[in-house]
Design a protein around this ligand. Structure first.
Ligand SMILES: Cc1ncc(COP(=O)(O)O)c(C=O)c1O
Length: 480
């Protein structure tokens, strides 16, 4: 059997171009060629301590804060995941109330579980073209704050995985009027601050805490992330305490050095790096428009579904007018053209570009798409598409906090027998990437009716222990 390290070494030698995370794209010119073992130390003399930074690590964090123009920046070597757990915990009292955009990352739900929070939900609009999540509408935030008094914090994801950006400024103003704080999960938007064609970053628009995975879209290794404290509304002592609680007690100096190197490089030559990247990106987008069957989507501002802006680094390749589905295009790009994309959905493929991409990389993807487009034109007809999706989502009814439900004893029932019971599991729908049910919510008729409908539409369901989604784990009732 091949060992993990052997497989990775072999993979690194193959000529497969990465249109996926991490943002350094394995490009040695951006990362320099370090030998990380020489940097892999612990808290030895003169090297400070991430859990109580006072010297060189504090300076590195301050450099990151200056780069992003915020009051304070905190390193996370456990990704945005630890930064989100810490942000939520520092902003909401134990057992308190939080409003969560329903399409938030699992770590937000996990924070609610750990701190036994009462959750209210905000639903993003839907961008119909490929069924992805739109943004969060400011008026929905206002209404939700009225309906859920005592809310201490609101968490939204902007940009989403697919690049959709919400109207952060208006949302922040509304939330502050209610005396709550706004946490923006900008895990996929670490690059916004440095380009001219990207949306304005949340840290400049009134968000209180912004979390960003620099490993996702900047030249920095996996697990590196920043928690940006922008307004001082959330206590720095609490942020530090919770980061210490959720992060490893042996933070990797290799990862911290990489974050510092990334910040230093952007300070030194970021303008030029991003100018070249944006030129390559815009030229790719322009040339792609020669395709007659494949389309590179660029959602426009549409306040009716909460879309304020779009991150053009995300390459959403729609297969709608072709004979191929997203997963087939994903496979063809890999097998025939040696290109690995980030994700495939039924009607599109998501390729992530970053400042680490080379002209050769963009060129390879463009040539592949032009060839495939020619082939599609010769084929004549596209595939017969399912009826335009009418993506119905069941409205949740919360019976108990997610934290209590995750602790409770469960049993497995046929889905058809589970109406009225309390779910002990999550069910996620991809796309748009949203939980249909969260532990602690009551199973409703509509949920049971919609599951086979989603399956018929070719959408991915995940989360249940039973992968066929015929059985569900529910909370055992007393006396059973
Ligand atoms: C929207 C969003 N937030 C947070 C995270 C967690 O980020 P990390 O992998 O840096 O822990 C992810 C991970 O993919 C994500 O997509």
């Amino acid at each position: 059997m091949i060992r993990l390290y052997e497989k990775l070494c072999d993979y690194g030698k193959q000529d497969i171009y990465p249109f996926h995370m991490p943002g350094h794209k394995r490009n040695p010119e951006l990362m320099s060629s370090w030998f990380p073992f020489q940097m892999d130390i612990t808290e030895i003399t003169d090297f400070d301590d991430l859990h109580d930074p006072a010297d060189i690590i504090l300076e590195a964090q301050n450099a990151a804060a200056r780069l992003y123009g915020v009051k304070e920046a905190f390193y996370s070597v456990n990704g945005s995941t630890a930064a989100i757990l810490s942000s939520v915990s520092a902003s909401v009292s134990k057992g308190g109330r939080i409003l969560i955009a329903r399409n938030c990352h699992r770590s937000v739900y996990n924070a609610a579980c750990i701190r036994n929070l009462e959750c209210g939900y905000l639903y993003p609009g839907i961008y119909e073209r490929c069924g992805i999540n739109g943004g969060i509408r400011p008026e929905d935030v206002k209404q939700a704050l009225r309906d859920f008094p005592g809310t201490e914090a609101v968490v939204i994801t902007s940009p989403t995985y697919d690049g959709i950006v919400s109207d952060i400024r208006s949302i922040a103003d509304i939330i502050h009027d209610y005396g709550a704080v706004l946490i923006v999960d900008a895990a996929h938007g670490a690059h916004f601050a440095f380009g001219s064609v990207f949306p304005e970053p949340a840290e400049k628009l009134g968000a209180d805490l912004v979390i960003t995975s620099i490993h996702k879209t900047l030249p920095s290794p996996t697990q590196t992330a920043l928690l940006l404290s922008c307004t001082g509304r959330v206590s720095r002592e609490k942020i530090r305490r919770f980061l210490s609680l959720y992060e490893t007690s042996s933070p990797s100096y290799v990862l911290m050095a990489a974050m510092d190197f990334c910040a230093a490089e952007i300070e030194r030559r970021g303008k030029e790096m991003f100018r070249c990247y944006e030129e390559r990106l815009l030229s790719f987008r322009k040339e792609f428009s020669k395709c007659r069957r494949f389309t590179l989507l660029e959602p426009r501002k549409d306040v009716s579904c909460g879309i304020w802006d779009f991150d053009r680094s995300k390459l959403l390749i729609s297969t709608e007018r072709t004979s191929l589905g997203g997963p087939e295009l994903h496979r063809i790009l890999h097998d025939r053209f040696r290109i690995e994309c980030e994700m495939a959905a039924p009607d599109y493929v998501l390729a992530l570009s970053s400042v680490g991409d080379t002209s050769e990389g963009f060129g390879r993807l463009l040539d592949a798409m032009l060839i495939l487009d020619m082939e599609e034109q010769k084929k004549g007809h596209g595939r017969s598409l399912p009826d335009k999706r009418n993506l119905l989502l069941p409205a949740p009814v919360t019976a108990m906090p997610v934290g209590d439900a995750e602790e409770a004893e469960t049993e497995e029932l046929l889905l058809s027998d589970s109406v009225g019971k309390i779910s002990g599991e999550y069910a996620f729908l991809y796309p748009p990437g949203i939980p249909l049910i969260v532990p602690g919510e009551t199973v409703q008729d509509e949920f049971v009716r919609l599951i086979p409908e989603y399956q018929r539409q070719g959408l991915n369901l995940k989360g249940f222990r039973d992968r066929e989604f015929k059985k569900i784990r529910v909370i055992k009732e007393a006396g059973e």
